[in-house]
Design a protein around this ligand. Sequence first.
Ligand code: FE2
Length: 162
Amino acid sequence: MTEIKAVPQTSADPDVTSGVAQFLGPVVTDLTALSVDGKQAHWHVRGANFQAVHELLDVIVDHARDYADTAAERVVALGLPIDARIQTVGAKTSTTKMTAGFQQSDAVIGEVIAAIDATLVTVRTAVTELAELDPVSQDVAIEIARALEKDRWFLFAHVATK
Ligand SMILES: [Fe+2]
């Protein structure tokens, strides 16, 4: 029987894998924070467009969890760990603190859009920095940027005046 040597990671250059972790790690952090605060917004939105905003926020939360999973698994596939423990996410996220308690939909939407925008800064940095380092990982960041921008549009459309 042929013995299969178990190697936990691909043959990728260690400098490449550490660079991918350096730039996709913060993406995982921000998306995880967005998913938690998105639920907070989902529970506390009040006022005009309640039903639509309440339901859309759940879709955005699901997307954020999915994108975090995609980014995290790209790093893990290359053999490095991710630190998405809640204390780490809380300490390192670039998203801003949400207001506690019930809020009118315009205010909730503004805060979630701010969280999306902060996450997009992190994602776009990953897109730029991973271009030469690892185009496969850059593709992950590009996919996330495209999807986040669409979610931002859906949310913004509820408060846009034209
Ligand atoms: Fe719910």
